[in-house]
Design a protein around this ligand. Structure first.
Ligand SMILES: [Zn+2]
Length: 473
């Protein structure tokens, strides 16, 4: 264990620090959790009574929910997100944005209930999580006629937020945005200005000059960006990568997103910098860069691109989670993205995708990771045609995980409790338990019998508010 902690990139000058010895002890118990918690020990964190409901865990004044409205859900079958068994005729009590209690019939129902939802014949489960979206992604058959800007991206993102939440996806991680688009959508949802999932965001993608995130051609279309992409935002050398991480944290990012390629030193420096600030890291990577990132302690690997035989054993060893986004590549291979003029078969004319997309290989790697016990998250990453590809893409991703050999129970865990843990927010999201955030999905059939039942959405409760209200078939 000490070996894996040392390899995960601790700065040697800090090894002498007193505070770090506690982080080492934490690392000895759960190395993957230690990554994102290094700056503040578990004990110190618990001592903060209330924090922001994101990875930044900023202390907030005590919240008094005693006067908030109480919603009770009765009669349905509760699947609490641990996927061990079902509780028929359950009672779930919510107050404000929190779950007060969840259990079998007879669970105490407080006085002053403001609303009772009769979920008889339905299934109550935690809201779904999408670990890989971009609110800036394109939509519309006429996209070629319009130039892009942060304002345009925010408008598109608002529409996507609505599509996600009405499908029962109550939390989403944006892994690369334009300016502060994803942050403002996060705030818009928090403030009740727009409807959408709880948003966690990672600022812009950090990469080297010319790397993924700093290319002058679009990764998906291969077309040149205006002005050859404008001024480079690439970072070069370990200290510039560290600085880029600090800049995203300064922008209030919940996560850091890196894009390969980069040198071994650059990738390790960025991951180390983020972890010291208690911020987890995702990487869009391929080939040897993936192995380097895993060895440096990256928290999630996005996509199964050109993964070596070493990668899955390394992920297992280092506690790395895997977000395959099979569907994004499947769309490409099964017809391309016609409205963007992208042919099927591969990504063309782009520097950071100089390899063949092979869906069989992708599924094989997901299967290997699953069998090895690597945590697998659900992410979609649909680059175009969002107006009709969402939310279908999410459910199709679940079907692909099944094709990769996962059981329904494990896929549902990936979409809920495992997803929340991967996101570093498993203490607040992902299961229906007292004290957790009230993000709840009520559907018409048992998802353990068929994942298709997830499409039969009856109610969505997000942050304690009823967003989808009793849709009948
Ligand atoms: Zn992406």
């Amino acid at each position: 264990m000490a070996d894996s902690v040392a390899k995960s990139g601790l700065r040697t000058r800090l090894l002498q620090g007193v505070a770090i010895s506690a982080a080492f002890m934490l690392g000895a118990v759960t190395p993957h959790l230690a990554h994102a918690q290094r700056a503040v020990t578990e004990e110190q964190r618990r001592a903060i009574p209330d924090t922001s409901d994101d990875m930044r865990r900023v202390p907030i004044p005590p919240v008094d929910r005693s006067k908030e409205p109480i919603i009770v859900v009765t009669g349905g079958t509760l699947l609490d997100g641990r996927w061990g068994g079902a509780i028929p005729n359950a009672v779930v009590v919510l107050q404000g944005d929190r779950i007060v209690s969840a259990g079998p019939a007879g669970t105490r129902i407080p006085a002053n209930v403001s609303r009772t939802i009769d979920a008889s014949g339905m299934y109550i489960m935690p809201g779904l999580i999408d670990l890989h979206i971009h609110f800036t992604q394109q939509r519309g058959p006429d996209m070629g006629q319009y130039s892009d800007s942060p304002a345009a991206a925010a408008i598109r993102g608002t529409a996507l937020a609505e599509q996600l939440i009405t499908a029962g996806i109550t939390a989403a991680r944006d892994v690369g945005t334009m300016g502060d688009v994803a942050l403002r959508i996060k705030e818009g949802v928090d403030r009740g200005i727009i409807r959408g999932p709880r948003v966690f965001w990672s600022g812009r993608i950090i990469s080297s000059t010319s790397g993924h995130g700093d290319e002058v051609t679009s990764t998906a279309t291969g077309r040149q960006k205006p002005n050859l992409g404008g001024e480079s935002k690439g970072a070069n050398g370990p200290w510039e990568w560290r600085k880029a991480v600090r800049e995203q944290i300064r922008m209030l990012a919940d996560w850091i997103k890196l894009g390969a390629p980069g040198t071994k030193e650059e990738i390790a420096a960025a991951i180390d910098e983020a972890h010291e600030a208690g911020v987890p890291v995702a990487i869009d990577s391929y080939g040897v860069y993936t192995d380097w990132a895993i060895e440096a302690g990256v928290d999630t690997l996005e996509h199964p691109l050109l993964i070596s035989d070493k990668a899955v054993p390394l992920m297992k060893k280092h506690g790395t989670a895997f977000v395959p986004t099979i569907i994004a590549f499947d769309n490409l291979l099964q017809g391309g993205y016609p409205t963007a003029g992208i042919p099927s078969g591969n990504f063309y004319h782009t520097h950071s995708r100089r390899f063949v997309m092979d869906q069989k290989h992708h599924l094989k790697r997901v299967n290997e990771a699953y069998r090895a016990g690597v945590p697998i998250g659900v992410g979609t990453d649909i680059p175009f045609e969002n107006e009709w590809r969402y939310p279908d893409a999410y459910f199709r991703e679940l079907e692909y995980l099944r094709e990769a050999g996962m059981s329904n129970a494990d896929i549902l865990a990936s979409a809920t409790s495992v997803g929340a843990k991967i996101m570093r927010i498993g203490d607040k999201l992902g299961t229906i338990e007292a004290g957790k955030i009230a993000d709840i999905l009520i559907i018409g059939g048992n998802p353990l019998d068929s994942l298709k039942n997830l499409r039969d959405v009856r109610y969505v409760i997000a942050d304690g508010k009823v967003v989808v209200d009793g849709k009948s078939r």
